[in-house]
Design a binder for this molecule. Sequence first.
Ligand SMILES: [Zn+2]
Length: 261
Amino acid sequence: MAKQDRIDISLAKTPPGVAATAPTLIVDTYFHIIYDPAEPSGNIPTNKLAKQLKALNDAYAPAKIAFNLKNVTRNANKNWTTFETATDDPLEMQMKAKLRKGDYKTLNIYFRPWLDRQGDLGFCDFPKTLTSSVMIQDGCSVLSDTVPGGSTGPFNEGKTAVHEVGHWFGLLHTFTGGCSDKDGDMIDDTPAEAEPAFGCPVGRDSCKKKPGKDPIHNFMDYGDDACLTEFTPGQAVRMRNMWTRFRQQKLPSSTLDRRSK
Ligand SMILES: [Zn+2]
């Protein structure tokens, strides 16, 4: 459930996997907890956040990616709980301008008790050409109760954050492009899939003319949390390539004030 932002998907298709000798990619990470002061239960307790961090690290370890939680901010602010995500609401930019930390390779996750009227579980911004407004907006919005032990079962094992962070790294849905030869998710080792998988339909094969059963266990599908268990080697390579291509960007120095000399 990503924002339909523009994304450069022109990177070449990926080789088989990340080299065993490749260093682990360490991602500095900030969790921002947004809650209504009238509903203090929305202030996610530290033990649940630790489980969320573990869910992220467990999911990404095979891809040699690790998340280093630098800080947690706790924000009792009713206004920030009510705007619709993905509508470019000025309140979103106000919130992020206040809270976002680090540079473009720093992951900021905003846990909010409500995201929109569609009942979406999460949104995230794809990597793209960096501008100062792209920098502020960058990050993932995740429904607070999707953290491990939250109330949104069967989506309460922290896999929503895992999925959204996949978008942050530039991954598309496994069902993108359906059974088409073209487009798709730009990954060679995720079989084509006609449409999202819900629940956990083991053995489903929605593109019978294409090799492989549907990748229903892939984190970039829509199944229940318990069903989602893997990224493929090709996805691991794409994440690393996108990191190198996009996440290393710095804001141009022309945005700095040089008049002080
Ligand atoms: Zn998604």
